[in-house]
Write a protein that binds this ligand. Structure first.
Ligand SMILES: Nc1ncnc2c1ncn2[C@@H]1O[C@H](COP(=O)(O)OP(=O)(O)OP(=O)(O)O)[C@@H](O)[C@H]1O
Length: 232
């Protein structure tokens, strides 16, 4: 269980409160108006922002004192998921061995996830020699290799075209099935979330609300989500 208990996160004059739980393996979309605090929520969970109050725990163990690397999660952003000076193999291997000292077993594991995301034979390239979609695949291969129990996505596919986006969402669905990871995914597009998530955390008015069933929420959206979804 992922648990936010009495959490307050501050960014300048902005404050977000969060008090909710999510089950292992849950697939949760995070939606709300621009500037409402969706990225703030994920960044606090990932350890990039400190909590002003409260605790975050996973399976009963507090993680809010841990460094980002020690937390049981992987996070993907829209950009900058890869290190430009490392090749594809090294970018993926970082998920396994931050030292990049790889044994034969590690190399095999890297090759396997590279193939799983359809990037066989491209391990020696640098990120700059890949298309946007290929870079996303590499980032997803690292997620697959890390196999952490929580996967946080902060609109990583927003810049991709519709076909590629659908493909990447299908890949995420496959990865979460394979690893059993819970998914927390910021999105602006209800069609994305319906394909992949079954719950939604609405972030609005300074609060991240507890997860609600997706179908009901989209059928009868709260006021804050109506404007955001373009519904009168
Ligand atoms: N470094 C910062 N210093 C001060 N305030 C910040 C900082 N970063 C973000 N904020 C403020 O925090 C609030 C929440 O920002 P956040 O990026 O979490 O929103 P969001 O819901 O992810 O928005 P969007 O959908 O536009 O990406 C905003 O009002 C923003 O202006």
């Amino acid at each position: 269980m992922l648990r936010f208990d009495g959490v307050v996160i501050a960014q300048g004059s902005f404050q977000l409160t969060a008090d909710f739980m999510a089950e292992p393996g849950a697939r949760v979309a995070i939606m709300g108006p621009s500037g409402a605090g969706k990225s703030t929520l994920l960044n606090a969970l990932a350890g990039f922002l400190p909590l002003s109050e409260g605790t975050i725990s996973w399976q009963g163990v507090r993680l809010d004192g841990d460094t980002p690397a020690a937390r049981p999660l992987s996070i993907l952003f829209q950009d900058n998921n890869l290190f430009p000076h490392l090749n594809v193999d090294q970018n993926i291997a970082l998920g396994l061995r931050p030292s990049l000292r790889l044994g034969a077993e590690d190399r095999r594991a890297v090759a396997e996830v590279l193939a799983a995301v359809g990037m066989e034979g491209m391990g020696a390239r640098r990120p700059a020699q890949l298309s946007g979609g290929q870079q996303t695949r590499v980032a997803l291969a690292r997620v697959l290799l890390r196999a952490r129990p929580l996967l946080l996505l902060d609109e990583p596919f927003a810049a991709l075209g519709p076909a590629l986006k659908a493909e990447m969402l299908a890949l995420v669905a496959r990865i979460t099935e394979q690893t059993g990871a819970a998914l927390l995914m910021v999105t602006h597009d209800p069609s994305d979330v319906q394909a992949i998530a079954d719950q939604v955390i609405v972030v609005t008015d300074g609060a991240a609300h507890r997860p609600q069933p997706m179908t009901e929420t989209l059928a009868n959206p709260p006021e804050a989500l109506r404007a955001y979804l373009g519904i009168k």
